[in-house]
Design a protein around this ligand. Structure first.
Ligand code: MLT
Ligand code: MN
Length: 310
């Protein structure tokens, strides 16, 4: 059996096009331009057996993503889902809001850090995921663990979670005395998922900076899905749509001396795929010079519906 990965959504928070964004790229996407393919918000589905699936993040578009993915449809009886577990990398709206679509008393297991679980716990709306049906598991960082379904059956997948530089979710920024956009802790994590044969990949949709530890961890990896939010750090300012740099938002850019392309240059990662791509990022446009530049450096750009087998 192979390790199967489906990209449910490739875009950053807001999706592509974003509801209130009217830049040229979003206008091209709305006009049906084949070089500006729409994308939903970032999430992957993973399976060791093509039967039982684990979601990596639950995007606000989850209902639409499930309908677009036959492997995730119900198969038997009146209530059924091949989705058995969800792993969360942070507490941002685009990573957790899809949990609300998973109500209806389906048995599920949610895996997140104590920090992200505390955010869910502080928001009673998430109790629509009935506690007697949906188990919340605390991830211990840097401790590999088998992923299990609600009944405790192993799903054939092992999870390693580790801290990456990041910040508190946008909606909690006001509560934080010191806003540190490169905090290393339980706020933002990266994941490595592997199967019994040892085939594995990384999912790091949000990362403010490449640390020496992260570089060491990623060296010679088979496959990495990595934060592709912005092409340039000042992209929103240059576009005129926002005042924040990528760094301030907790995202390292793709380009530039401190960007992901440069940071991965010596890491010998076999397959590198940008994911969580903002509507301002020219990487979303198949005919952009930036897309060609990334490709020349060995980078792919995730798209909704993309399938990978390891
Ligand atoms: C981010 O990735 O920076 C967040 O999704 C932003 C947001 O919550 O809108
Ligand atoms: Mn996000």
């Amino acid at each position: 059996m192979a390790l199967s990965i489906r990209v449910l959504g490739a875009a950053a928070g807001g999706g592509f096009p974003q509801w209130n964004a009217n830049n040229e790229a979003c206008r091209r996407a709305r006009a049906g331009d084949p070089a500006a393919r729409p994308a939903t918000q970032a999430s992957l589905a993973v399976s060791a057996d093509e039967d039982r699936w684990v979601l990596l993040n639950a995007a606000p578009d989850l209902r639409q993503q499930i309908e677009a993915t036959p492997a995730l449809h119900p198969r038997t009886g009146l209530r059924d889902s091949p989705i058995r577990a969800i792993v969360l990398t942070n507490g941002d709206v685009d990573a957790v809001a899809g949990l609300l679509s998973l109500r209806e008393r389906q048995p599920l297991a949610i895996y997140a850090t104590a920090r992200v679980l505390s955010i869910l716990g502080a928001n009673p709306i998430f109790d629509v995921l009935a506690r007697d049906q949906v188990e919340r598991h605390r991830l211990i960082l840097d401790e590999p663990m088998p992923l299990r379904d609600r009944e405790g059956s192993p799903l054939g997948l092992a999870l390693e979670s580790f801290p990456v530089p990041g910040k508190v979710p946008l909606y909690l920024e006001a509560d934080e005395a010191a806003l540190d956009t490169a905090r290393l802790g339980e706020e933002t994590i990266g994941l490595r998922i592997s199967d019994a044969a040892g085939r594995g990949f990384f999912f790091i949709p949000s990362c403010a900076a490449m640390t020496p530890e992260l570089a060491t961890r990623l060296k010679r990896a088979e496959l990495v899905f990595f934060d592709g939010t912005l092409w340039r750090d000042e992209e929103l300012i240059l576009e005129g749509s926002g005042a924040k740099t990528g760094r301030r938002m907790g995202h390292m850019s793709a380009s530039g001396p401190h960007g992901a392309i440069a940071a991965f240059a010596g890491l010998a990662v076999r397959r590198k795929v940008f994911i969580h791509i903002n509507n301002s990022n020219p990487l979303l446009l198949a005919d952009s010079p930036e897309r060609a530049e990334a490709a020349a450096c060995g980078w792919e750009v995730a798209a909704d519906g993309m399938e990978v087998r390891l």
